[in-house]
Design a protein around this ligand. Structure first.
Ligand SMILES: *Cc1c(COP(=O)(O)O)cnc(C)c1O
Length: 395
């Protein structure tokens, strides 16, 4: 806990394992009780579960985060042909994506370690989140972004919160390589999802959704996959919740990739024998990743939950996003993979009519306004003369 380490001696990723004493002390009812408290660390959808995240720390860098909306909408149920479909909207986090749940833990740990500078490579949302939490903690933030491939809302956030933004002339995978070198040679603290404290925070997306369902386990969780931090964290969250007796059965995980950024899908089809990196291209820039760093943990998440990996193309992503937007919820393109995935799994019969499914919406609609304007927003925009006659036609 007091070392700066990202990898095991074997070269693999590090995973945090909580001690049996930790699990014995935890009572599920305590989490429900805290929801009515006024203390930030109690109402935070992350630190509410603190004993099972980062025990022994009480100087949290907390906004607070989490406690996101849990929606059921007839329009979306009709679209996916599934009555019991819920959307957990992680776009309602302080900086507009689920990344805040991992970041509050990683920055809390950075502070505990006495680090001065924190860094990440990012398709956009991690950098926005890092910049915000570093500002809160009084740390210097440096973010590595693929030049020209970051949605405008996200870049504006990172700049606005005051991070030093390096637009790398290469793709996300190149930026990821570079930040790993910088971390080992220059001594900055790296908070990408291969930092083991990030997934500890992201587990709470699942735990809070279970709490929203009054601890009745759903049949499925369906969500997008890029660098596969969430896939890994969700598998761990479910295994821990099940082992602790918070839920009486294990839901299945379904990771949905964009067809243009699908190395995990290809690997799943190949019985996970290998991972072949791809050159990624998709409208869903948050998951435009060709060589996911969390592959081995994510594989365990899918196999240990009898899960699936599927792919959807950009047209399906846009169609599903339009449905989510026009239901009044709204999300960014990558998030719409969840609904597109549920629809596909209903059509193929994997998800049954009677199943309960939680779709995770990972990011906010305002993250990527250009996507709306370029694909369907303009249909609703009319330039008219400033007269009642001209306006009346539209009323
Ligand atoms: C980061 C991100 C993802 C991908 O999550 P991984 O954990 O990298 O698989 C999906 N959607 C949004 C909006 C994101 O910001």
């Amino acid at each position: 806990m007091d070392q700066v380490r990202y990898k095991c001696d074997c070269g693999g990723l590090i995973e945090i394992i909580h001690s049996p004493q930790t699990w014995q002390k935890i009572k599920r009812a305590k989490f429900d009780e805290r929801k009515t408290s006024r203390r930030p660390e109690d109402i935070s959808g992350v630190w509410r579960f603190r004993e099972a995240i980062l025990p022994g720390v009480n100087d949290w860098v907390c906004h607070p985060e989490g406690r996101t909306g849990f929606y059921k909408r007839k329009k979306l149920s009709d679209y996916a042909e599934l009555e019991n479909l819920y959307c957990k909207h992680e776009g309602e986090n302080p900086t507009g994506s689920f990344k805040d749940r991992g970041m509050t833990v990683a920055i809390t740990q950075a502070k505990a370690l006495g680090m001065q500078t924190v860094a990440c490579a990012s398709t956009g949302n991690t950098s926005a989140s890092l910049a915000s939490y570093a500002a809160h903690a009084g740390l210097k933030a440096v973010v590595f972004l693929p030049d020209g491939k970051v949605a405008s809302g996200k870049l504006a956030q990172a700049l606005g919160y005051g991070a030093t933004c390096l637009a790398i002339k290469g793709d996300f995978d190149a930026a990821m390589n570079l930040v790993q070198k910088a971390a080992s040679e220059v001594g900055v603290y790296m908070v990408n999802s291969l930092n083991p404290f990030r997934p500890e925070g992201q587990k709470t997306i699942i735990w809070e959704a279970l709490q929203d369902l009054n601890w009745q386990a759903p049949d499925w969780f369906v969500f997008p996959g890029g660098n596969l931090g969430n896939t890994s964290a969700f598998g761990k969250a479910l295994r821990e919740a099940h082992a602790a007796g918070w839920i009486d059965r294990l839901p299945r995980l379904a990771t949905v990739q964009a067809a243009g950024a699908n190395p995990f899908y290809n690997s799943f089809r190949n019985k996970f024998q290998s991972l072949e990196p791809v050159t990624a291209e998709t409208i869903a820039t948050a998951i435009r990743i060709g060589n996911p760093v969390n592959f081995s943990k994510a594989r365990h998440a899918i196999t240990s939950t009898n899960g699936l990996v599927i792919q959807v193309d950009d047209a399906e992503i846009i169609e599903a996003k339009k449905q989510i937007d026009m239901s009044g919820i709204g999300c960014e393109p990558a998030s719409a993979c969840s609904l597109a995935g549920v629809k596909q799994l209903r059509s193929s019969g994997e998800i049954k009519e009677s199943d309960t499914v939680v779709a995770i919406l990972t990011g906010h609609m305002l993250k990527d306004p250009d996507c709306i304007m370029q694909n369907y927003g303009e249909e609703n925009l009319h330039v008219v003369d400033a007269t009642l006659e001209a306006v009346a036609k539209y009323l």
